[in-house]
Design a protein around this ligand. Sequence first.
Ligand code: 5HY
Length: 249
Amino acid sequence: MRIKVINPNTTWSMTHTIGQAAQAVAGPGVQIEAVSPAHGPASIEGHYDEVMACMGLMDEIRKGEREGVDAYVIACFGDPGLDAAREIARGPVLGIAEAAMRAASFLATGFSVVTTLERTVVIAEHLVVKYGMQSHCRKVRACEIPVLELENPASDSYTKILDECQRALREDRCGAIVLGCAGMADLCQRLTQALGVPVIDGVAAATAMAEALVRAGLGTSKLGDYAPPLPKAYGGLLAGMAPEAPPAQ
Ligand code: 5HY
């Protein structure tokens, strides 16, 4: 089984962290391929970054389809391009935010999300509504850490994240914490030990869930809005990204 874990930003040190988190939960016979697109933002910290990251993300999914990849993880907490990716993929495509929220809902009656910047809180809040998690998510909190600071060993990111998690457990009536950034994946175990509650890293949750779906013989529906995009011309820089006619059955 091949699972392609895509970090939609172009910071390969974060992609390596993400790949290690996915590999740690992958079962026997599962090949994890962790990649970043060749083009796009170094980090994703808002709506514009998300949109611009999606071109490279779609290209990675298109390449995966040609190579026979069985499932995909979109390793960015905004779940950018998730529905578009599901149109062009045969297998399951999981976003780390959706996977982490659903996993947390199995483990506690309420969870809080701890993410990086205040300006991205609304993105996570929109996903809470999209995924029907309003009765489970107590709050989305930010530590005011730029995403790439997580890659700086000299930063005090861990302490800031731990402090915000402790505030959440004191104030939000939550029983679990969802880490709101793929770049936090390598802090999950340490935070779990320090906090004494389930701390869910979406990379691990999404990888485990994707593997389970493939093992159950399940893939993305191709009826309705997840059917392949309609073939048409694309102009300019995107000419090579035009939807192709589906292979003859
Ligand atoms: C992420 N940004 O997981 C998101 C989440 C965030 O570059 N990887 C990013 O921190 O806003």
